[in-house]
Write a protein that binds this ligand. Structure first.
Ligand SMILES: Cc1cc2nc3c(=O)[nH]c(=O)nc-3n(C[C@H](O)[C@H](O)[C@H](O)COP(=O)(O)OP(=O)(O)OC[C@H]3O[C@@H](n4cnc5c(N)ncnc54)[C@H](O)[C@@H]3O)c2cc1C
Length: 449
C-alpha cells in the first residue's frame, strides 16, 4: 500500500480544504469520509442550509485557488435588518460602510465545490463510506470497522462528534468539555415571490430579536431565504412548548406577525424539520504527540451566532499550512505547535460566539447598544489604526481571535467609562492611544498567537 504522508478524517467543509493546502506542497493525502459522496446523494438533514462566509474563510479559499470559481454564488449581506414587533425594519450596517460585507453561501454548494476541487489533485485520494471507529497510535493504524489502514500522520477534521478526538482523549488526561447551550434551532423557508423575486431585501441578514429567542433569515441564490428559529429547548417560548399547529401559529402570530405571510409552509415545515442542538467544545490541546491533530469543529465547535465556525475552521487550515512551512515541512513539529499555540484562539471565538447570541437576540434593539455602536464607529473613524470594532476585527480581518477578544474588552471598557461619564473625552482618547497599539487592517496576520 502507498504510504500517505497525511491521512485526513472528514470530508466536510475543512477536510478537503486542508487536503488541498497539503497537496500543493507535494504531500500525499488520503481523505476519508463516513458519509456517501454528497455529489451523488445530497442529504442535508440536520445541517444548516446556508452559511455566512467572511474574511478568514475567503483568505483560505483564495489560497487554494477556489474563491474565483465560487464568487458568483455568494450573496453579499451589508448588515443586520432588524424586524421589530410592529413590523418596522431598520438596517444596522456590519462595517463602517456598505463595502464591508459578509456573504451568504449554500453549504452543499461549497462542500461540493471543495470536493470537486480535490478531485483534480493527483496526490489526494478520497474514500467515502469510511467511518473512523478506532485508532492505535502505537501501531499507527486506523480502523474503519473491520478495515485496518496504516497512517503516518493523521488530522481529524471529523466535526463536532470527532472520533479522532475521542481516541486522543482515551490516551490522555486532557481537559475537555462540551457545554450545552440549552437552546436549539429549527430551519424554515421563505419561498421566492410569485413574480420570481426575493420577498425581502436580499442584501441583509434579517433578524427578529425577541429577547430570549430570535428568528433570522439568510438569502439563497434561488431567491428563497432560509430562516432559522433559535430558542430555548425548555421553558416558556421553548421548542418543548411549541408543538401543535395551533401552538406554532399562535407563537408566530404573537412574536413574528410579519412572517406569517412570508412562510406559507410554516406549520408543515415546523413539524417535519428537526430541532438542532447547540454546544461549544473546549479542548485544552489539539495534538497527540507529533502524530495527530484535530481541527475545525472537532477541536472547537462553537455556537453559530458569530457566523464563524466554518471561517475559524478554514483559518485552522491556513495556520497549519503556515506552520508546516515555518518548520521546513517537519510535520511533527508543526502538529505540536498547532495543538498548543492556536488553542487560545478557539476558546476566544467560542466565548465571543456565545456573547453574540445575547447581542443578536436582545441588545440590538436597545438604545444603550445603539449608543455604544455609534461611538464605536466614530472612534474607528478617528483612530483607524487602533480602534476596530470587535465585529469588524472578527469578520473583516484575520487578526487572531484571542487578540480580538483582548482588544475588544479594552475598547468596550473605554466606551462604557466614557458613556457613563467616568472619563472625559480627552482621557478616552488618551486611553485609546496608550492601551491599543496600532494594528494593520485586512492583513495576513499570523493567525496564531
Ligand atoms: C445552524 C448552524 C449555522 C451555522 N452557520 C455558520 C455560519 O454562518 N458561518 C460559519 O462560518 N459557520 C457556521 N456554522 C458552523 C459550521 O457549520 C461548522 O463550523 C463547519 O461545518 C465546521 O467544519 P468541519 O470541517 O470542522 O466539520 P463538518 O463540516 O461538520 O465536517 C465533518 C465531516 O466529518 C465527517 N465525519 C464525522 N465523523 C466521521 C468519522 N468517524 N469518520 C469519517 N468521517 C467522519 C462528517 O460526515 C463530515 O462530513 C453553523 C453551524 C450551525 C449548526
Amino acid at each position: 500500500m502507498k504510504n500517505f504522508d497525511i491521512t485526513i478524517i472528514g470530508a466536510g467543509l475543512s477536510g478537503p480544504l486542508m487536503a488541498t493546502y497539503l497537496s500543493e506542497k507535494g504531500l500525499n493525502v488520503d481523505l476519508y469520509e463516513s458519509r456517501v459522496d454528497m455529489r451523488k446523494n445530497l442529504d442535508q438533514s440536520g445541517r444548516s442550509i446556508n452559511l455566512a462566509l467572511s474574511a478568514r474563510g475567503i483568505k483560505a479559499l483564495k489560497d487554494i485557488g477556489l474563491f474565483d470559481n465560487i464568487k458568483k454564488n455568494l450573496i453579499p449581506m451589508k448588515g443586520r435588518m432588524i424586524h421589530s414587533m410592529d413590523g418596522e425594519k431598520s438596517l444596522q450596517l456590519y462595517g463602517k460602510n456598505q463595502k464591508e460585507v459578509i456573504y451568504s453561501i449554500s453549504r452543499s454548494f461549497l462542500n461540493i465545490s471543495l470536493l470537486n476541487h480535490v478531485e483534480n489533485k493527483k496526490n489526494i485520494t478520497m474514500s467515502f463510506n469510511h467511518k473512523l471507529s478506532d485508532v492505535d497510535f502505537e501501531q499507527k493504524t486506523i480502523f474503519f470497522g473491520k478495515k485496518k489502514v496504516n497512517f503516518n500522520r493523521i488530522i481529524g477534521a471529523d466535526g463536532f462528534n470527532s472520533m479522532l478526538r475521542n481516541c486522543i482523549l482515551k490516551q490522555t488526561d486532557l481537559k475537555f468539555r462540551s457545554d450545552q447551550l440549552g437552546h436549539g434551532y429549527k430551519e424554515l423557508t421563505i419561498p421566492v415571490s410569485e413574480s420570481g423575486n426575493y420577498l425581502m431585501e436580499p442584501d441583509s441578514l434579517h433578524i427578529w430579536p425577541r429577547g430570549k429567542f430570535m428568528l433570522i433569515a439568510l438569502p439563497n441564490t434561488d431567491k428563497t431565504f432560509t430562516c432559522t428559529l433559535f430558542a430555548p429547548l425548555k421553558g416558556s417560548n421553548s421548542f418543548e412548548k411549541i408543538n401543535t399547529s395551533k401552538e406554532i401559529l399562535n407563537f408566530f402570530k404573537t412574536e413574528f406577525p410579519d412572517t406569517i405571510a412570508l412562510i406559507p409552509n410554516l406549520v408543515k415545515d415546523f413539524i417535519s424539520n428537526p430541532v438542532g442542538k447547540l454546544s461549544s467544545i473546549y479542548c485544552e490541546k489539539w495534538n497527540y504527540k507529533d502524530l495527530a491533530i484535530i481541527m475545525g469543529d472537532a477541536a472547537h465547535a462553537i455556537v453559530p451566532f458569530f457566523g464563524q465556525g466554518m471561517n475559524a475552521s478554514f483559518q485552522d487550515c491556513t495556520v497549519i499550512n503556515d506552520l508546516i512551512d515555518e518548520n521546513g515541512l517537519d510535520l511533527g513539529s508543526a502538529f505540536k505547535a498547532f495543538g498548543t499555540e492556536h488553542v487560545p484562539n478557539g476558546y476566544a471565538i467560542a466565548d465571543m460566539a456565545l456573547e453574540n447570541y445575547i447581542e443578536m437576540r436582545d441588545s440590538v434593539n436597545n438604545s444603550e447598544y445603539k449608543k455604544h455602536r455609534e461611538l464605536e464607529l466614530f472612534l474607528e473613524d478617528k483612530f483607524p489604526e487602533r480602534f476596530i470594532p470587535r465585529y469588524s476585527m472578527v469578520s473583516f480581518n484575520e487578526i487572531p481571535y484571542s487578540e480580538v477578544y483582548r482588544r475588544g474588552e479594552i475598547q468596550s471598557g473605554i466606551i462604557k467609562d466614557f458613556i457613563s461619564g467616568k472619563i472625559s473625552e480627552s482621557i478616552r482618547d488618551k486611553e485609546i492611544i496608550n492601551k491599543l497599539s496600532p494594528i494593520r487592517r485586512n492583513n495576513n496576520n499570523k493567525a496564531r498567537k
